[in-house]
Ligand binder design. Sequence first.
Ligand code: B12
Ligand code: SF4
Length: 455
Amino acid sequence: MRKHRIVLYNPCAPFFTMPLGLVAIGSALDRSRFDVTIVDGRLEANSVERVLALTEGALCLGVGVLTGTPIADALAITEAVRAQRPDCRIVWGGWHPSLFPAETLAEAGVDAVVVGQGELAFADIVERFAAGERHVGVVTRRAVDINDFPEHDYSLIDVEGHFALKRERQLDYITSQGCRFRCTFCADPTVYGRSWFGLEPIRVGTELQQLWATYRFTDIGFQDETFFTHTDRVGAIADEILRRDLDFTWMATMRADQGARLDERVLGACRHAGLRRVMVGLESGSQAMLDWMKKDAKVDQALVTAEKCRRHGIGVLFNLIVGFPNEPEESIAATLTVAKALRDFGPSFQVALFYYRPYPGTPITDELARSGYRLPRSLREWASIERHSSQLPWVDAGKRTLIERFRFYQRIGWAKPSAWRLPIQAVARWRCRRDLYAFPIEKAIAEWMRPSLAS
Ligand code: B12
Ligand code: SF4
C-alpha cells in the first residue's frame, strides 16, 4: 500500500534550537503508513518552494507555531500551500495555536488545530484525513505520560545542518513536558495545567547513548521547562551518563529554589557527567515582584545557587525581566543590583536582561487586557508582538535609558578580561558599581564602531 506523505514545517525564528515538537509528532506516527518529512525554515534558501515541492500529492502539512515572528512565516507557507495544493490538508499546532485555537482555525484557514500535547492528537487527525475527512477543527487531548511515546527519531531532521547553523555540535534534547509551577507571566500552566511528565532516567541514558553514537555531538541543550524538577531523577540521569561513559558537556534549566535546595552530591555528579552551565529563570531582583508574579522563589536562593555552582565549576546564566506593568523604579534598581552581584561570581556567571512582553495565555497579560491595554487582535498582529510591544506604555524613557545603558556597561564590564579591553572594562564596572550612566561616551563610540554592540 502506498504511504501517505506528511510534511511538517518549522517556521523561521531568530534562534537555532532543533524543532523537537515536530520530531515528537512525526516520530509518534505509524511510519509504516506515513512517510514524514520535516522542513525547517531556518535551513532553507526558499522554504515556500521546498514545501510546495514536497506537498504535491501529500496528505497533510503540519506547522508548529510559536507566538511572535514565526507566525508570519507560518502564514506565508500556509497561504502558498492553500493556494497551490488544494488537496493537502493543513494542521497548526504548538504554543500559539494552543492558546488561540478558534482564532487560528478561522484566520489561518486551516483544516485542524491541535491544542497542547501533539503526539496522539496529530496521529488521530492524520488517520481521519487518510479516511477522507477534510475539516477536523480543534482537537484537544489530555496530556499523557511521555514515557508512552516512542523515542524521538532525529533522522527526521538535518542534524548536521543544525550543527552548522549553531556553529557547534550541540544536540537539543528534552526529558520532560510541562511544569508544576504557576508563574503568572508564563503560558505553561495554561497549556499543561501544571502537569509534568518526565522520561525515565534509564530511557534518557539509552537514547543519549544511541544519539551520541550516531551524531558524535559535543554538547547537549536540555530544553525542558525545568530540568531540575526532581532531584533523584536528575541524579539518576547524571549516573546514566557516567555509567555509559558518554563524553559530552551539557546545559540545563533550573529554578533558583531548586538550585538552593539541590543536594551537593547530585550537583557534583552532574558536573562529573558534563554539566557545564545551568540557565536560571530568576526573573527579578525584587522579592515583592517575585511574589507578585507567583514565582515561588526567593532572590537569596539565586545567590545560594550561584555559590553552589561556583564551588562545582558550573557556570550560570540568569534570566531577568524588567519593565513589568507598573513596575516601580526601585524594583528595576533591585534587579540591576542583583545582576551585578551575580556577575561578581565570575566570568561564567552571566545575566540576560529582557523587557517584559505580554505573551498570551498568562494571568498578567489577561489582567492587562482587562485594564484596557490593547493586545494584538489577529495572527498578523501577534506576529509582530516584538515590535508591537517595543514601546510599552509603562516603561518610560527614563527607565528605558537606564536599562539600555546598564545592559551595555554590564556586558562590557564583566566580559572575559583581555589586555586591550581592560581600561574600558574598568570604566564600565566603575560606572555599574556607582550606577553612573550619564554621558555614555563609550557606548556612543561602540555603537559608531559596531552598531550590533548597541543592544
Ligand atoms: C526551544 C524553544 C524555542 C526555540 C524554537 C524551537 C523551534 N520550534 O524551533 C526558539 C529559541 C526559537 C524559541 C523562541 C521563542 N520562544 Co521558546 N521555547 C523553546 C522551549 C525551551 C523548548 C521547545 C521544545 O522543543 N519543546 C519540546 C517539544 C517536544 O514540545 P513542544 O515544542 O511544545 O511540542 C509539543 C506541542 O506543542 C505540540 N506541537 C508542537 N508543534 C506542533 C505542530 C503540529 C502540527 C502539531 C499538531 C502539534 C505540535 O506537540 C508537541 C509534542 O507534544 C520551550 C519550552 C518547552 N520546554 O517546551 C519554549 C517556549 C515554547 N518558548 C516560548 C517563548 C515565549 C518564546 C518566544 C516567543 C520568546 C522568547 N524570547 O523566548 C520566542 C518565539 C520566537 C520569536 N518570537 O522570535 C514559550 C511559549 C510561548 C508562546 N506563546 O509561544 C515557551 C513555552 C517557554 C515558556 N514557558 O514561556 N523558543
Ligand atoms: S516560568 Fe518556568 S517555572 Fe514558571 S511556570 Fe513557566 S516553566 Fe514553570
